[in-house]
Every structure is written in C-alpha cells, then in structure tokens.
Design a protein around this ligand. Structure first.
Ligand SMILES: Cc1cc2nc3c(=O)[nH]c(=O)nc-3n(C[C@H](O)[C@H](O)[C@H](O)COP(=O)(O)OP(=O)(O)OC[C@H]3O[C@@H](n4cnc5c(N)ncnc54)[C@H](O)[C@@H]3O)c2cc1C
Length: 408
C-alpha cells in the first residue's frame, strides 16, 4: 500500500512536529517503558503538548476538539508516533469516556467534560470490575440509591487502573434489582474528591503500582452525572467496551517493537560472534510475527474506515483485542530470547515503569547489568501477562466472536 501525495505531506507534517516537540529525554523514557502506560507525569506533559497543537484526540469530531482525520491519517499519525518513540496517552479519558459522552452524553455533559479531558485537567479511570464481577460484569453490585437530586453509592471496584492518579472515575452502578442482570445498571461519572471515595494500591507481578482497589462509602453523586438513562447503563457500557477493545491503532507500536527485537538479535551475545539473527528458527519466528502484525494492521484499517463512517467497532473489536494482546505477549517472549542471558534479569530501577515500584532506589545508585536494549525485557514480559486479562479476558472475547461473528 502506498500513500497519496496529500498523505505523504501529512506524514511530513507529523514528523516535523515530532522532531520539534519530542525531546531526546522523552524518547529515552518511552524506550524504557515496561507497561502499556508511560510514567504518569510524562504522559500528562505529552498530552499538554498535543493539546496545544490540537492533536490530543485524533478520533473525535472537530466540533468537540478532535481532528476528524481520515483512517489513513490516523494510521500515519500512530505509525509516526510509534516509530519516533512518543509516549502513549492514557486511554481511559480520551479513548473511552470521550466517545461515550459524544455518543450518549447530554450537550451540557459534553460541554463540561470534553474540554477538561483534552486539557488533562480531568484525568479519568474506569470503574467496571468488582470482586466476583469481572467476566460476568452484569452481576456487579455497587449500589446507587435514589435520594432526590443525588444517587448515594456504596461498593467496591477492583483493578482500577490509574485510580491513584485520577480525579474522575466512570462507574457502572446498580440502581435497581431486575430479573435480567443487564437491566438496572447505570453509567455514572464520579468526582474522586467526593467524601467517601478511598483508593488502595494493588501491585503488579512486575512490581509497579498502576492498579487499585476503590471503595465507595455513602458517596453522594448528582443525578446530572448519569450518562444515558438511569437503569440503561448496560447499553452505554457495551458501547464503551467496543472502543476499549478495538477503537485504537496498535500495530505501529507492535511493528516498532519487532524492529527493536531484530536489532537486539543482530547484536553479539558477548563479543563472541554469536548472533541470534543467524539462527534460522529465530528468523522464522520474526517473519511469522511480522506477517501476523500485517494481517492485524489490515483489520485495523478496516475498523478505522468503519469508524469514519460513524460505525462503532462492533464484534471485530474482540478479534483485534485478542490478536493484538497475544501478539504483544509473543513479542515479549521474543525480546527475552533476543536479550540473550540478560533477559532473565529484572532491573526496574533502570526502566520507566508505568507507576512507582516501591522499594527500588534511584537509578544513579544502582549499577546496570547487560546492554541497554535488554533492560526492560523481563519487566515487560511480566507486565504484559495482564494483556490477555484486562479489557475482558481473551476467553470472553472468543465467546463473543463465536456468538456474534460465527453465530455459534
Ligand atoms: C492489569 C489489569 C488492569 C485492569 N484495569 C481495569 C480497569 O481499569 N477497570 C476495570 O473496571 N477493570 C480492570 N481490570 C479488570 C479486568 O477487566 C478483569 O480482570 C477481567 O475482566 C477478568 O475478570 P476477573 O479478574 O474477575 O476474572 P474472572 O472473570 O474470574 O475469570 C477467571 C478466568 O475464568 C475465565 N472465564 C470466566 N468466565 C468465562 C466464560 N464464560 N467462558 C470462558 N472462560 C471464562 C476467564 O477468561 C479467566 O481466565 C484490569 C485487570 C488487569 C489484570
């Protein structure tokens, strides 16, 4: 596929922007990321730069501060960012809650929340999962009792990514008990500073603090914060999940990572002339990954084209989530192999984790074992195990595809 002259001009504009705005330090931190999330401060600083250029929300309509770009432009934009090593933005606000407000919110909600989401004044997290209600999300129990102008919320959300750095959370709450569990659920926006909201950390296998427990005790939320109708939040929730699973572009990032693995494999193990790239089996694995990434890229472009015609991603989102996360996990395995003997070492003090790693001291005071490119292989491998669990496990995505696509 080749780009048109106008698309090539757009690519050059994006490149010029990245050359001017993305500092060497930002690129270095992004290269050492171990999670799908950049360190919070870096992510917010980069969002401010994008917002100043009007590029914080490529997928939103122009009237709400987005770019209204064509699918090709969005793909080019994501590719250039991945190539240059720009930090990815946290998706919960602009990538998930934003499309929901545009699709289901009132004019007042859009006017209030969307500009603050773009500027980073509001930083969002997602309160869907609860203990016992992950895959079986409709069984959720966090209660919201009608008290006139307010809903009074009590309950416990679990695994909430970035609740420790967010000032707003969108929640699914139960406003009534119905025979069908999907009914009686409401989509609610809650200010995290409201009395009765308490956040406690959960630590990942890789040591990072990114996820949290969030407890709600008699939290009073104005009814004006309900998105859609009371009791009909399941429709809104499903709409959001399509964007969560398949509204973005992941293949440029996967391609950039594969290229880095190739570079690692070209290095000698320890100055002894032995290079992994000369191993035909490893080269075949690289080629296989490249082909699978290209196939996913074709599907992504198809979804982007549908989105530009106003369609939601639909069940194809489940396929993209499953293939994308499994490819990503496969790349972490290739990277471990390409890091030679250094792959097993876990040195988070030299990496850029997506959240603080308690107990580790400052980089200057610790030595480095192995070459730069091997530093994050182990931490990234551990962190990426979560990819087939979050946003709905891959088993659940396969169930959705079996039903919605294959009609089984
Ligand atoms: C790193 C991370 C970040 C997360 N961030 C957030 C967040 O920000 N906000 C949020 O709301 N949630 C978040 N989650 C929660 C995530 O959505 C849930 O963990 C996920 O939906 C699975 O639910 P569960 O953990 O309760 O597992 P369970 O639902 O108990 O599943 C356990 C196992 O059983 C399998 N299983 C369950 N039901 C079926 C079935 N019907 N058919 C086949 N297999 C089945 C599952 O695939 C899984 O392997 C996060 C999770 C992780 C790990």
């Amino acid at each position: 596929m080749s780009w048109s002259p106008a698309e090539r001009a757009f690519r050059d504009e994006v490149r010029a922007f990245l050359d001017a705005e993305l500092t060497a330090e930002m690129r270095a931190v992004t290269r050492r990321m171990t999670s799908v999330y950049a360190p919070h401060e870096l992510g917010m600083a980069w969002q401010a730069i994008l917002h100043a250029r009007g590029w914080a929300a490529p997928a939103w309509p122009v009237e709400y501060g987005g770019c209204d770009w064509t699918p090709a432009q969005r793909y080019i934009f994501a590719s250039e960012f991945a190539e240059a090593g720009a930090p990815p933005l946290s998706p919960m606000g602009i990538g998930m809650c934003g499309p929901v407000l545009i699709g289901h919110g009132t004019a007042e909600q859009r006017a209030h929340y969307l500009p603050r989401m773009l500027s980073g004044e509001h930083h969002w997290c997602q309160g869907y999962s609860e203990p016992g209600s992950g895959s079986d999300l409709a069984s959720l129990r966090m209660s919201a009792i009608d008290d006139g102008e307010h809903l009074v919320c009590n309950g416990h959300k679990l695994w909430t990514t970035h609740a420790n750095v967010s000032n707003w959370i969108f929640c699914l709450v139960r406003t009534s008990e119905e025979a069908i569990p999907q009914r009686g659920i409401t989509f609610l926006l809650i200010n995290m500073a409201t009395p009765g909201v308490e956040v406690r950390p959960i630590f990942m296998l890789s040591g990072e603090h990114i996820q949290n427990d969030v407890f709600f005790t008699d939290v009073r939320v104005p009814k004006a914060n309900v998105v859609g109708r009371i009791g009909e939040g399941w429709t809104v929730a499903k709409y959001l999940m399509e964007f969560e699973r398949g509204g973005g572009v992941s293949t440029p990032g996967l391609k950039a990572r594969l290229k880095r693995i190739e570079t690692m494999a070209k290095a000698e193990a320890s100055g002894d002339g032995v290079r992994l790239i000369d191993d035909t089996k490893f080269r075949a694995r690289l080629a296989d990954a490249a082909i699978r990434i290209d196939a996913l890229a074709a599907a992504e472009l198809q979804v982007l084209a549908n989105l530009s015609h106003g369609e939601a991603p639909g069940p194809r989102a489940s396929m993209m989530k499953t293939v994308g996360t499994e490819l990503s996990q496969h790349l972490t395995e290739l990277a471990l192999q390409a890091a030679h003997g250094y792959g097993g070492l876990y040195q988070p003090h030299l990496a850029a984790p997506g959240g603080p790693v308690p107990g580790w001291t400052a980089p200057e005071s610790q030595g480095q074992i192995g070459p730069d490119h091997s530093l994050t292989a182990a931490a990234k491998y551990f962190n990426d195990r979560a990819g087939s669990i979050y946003a709905g496990t891959n088993e659940i995505q396969r169930n959705i595809m079996a039903k919605a696509v294959l009609g089984l």
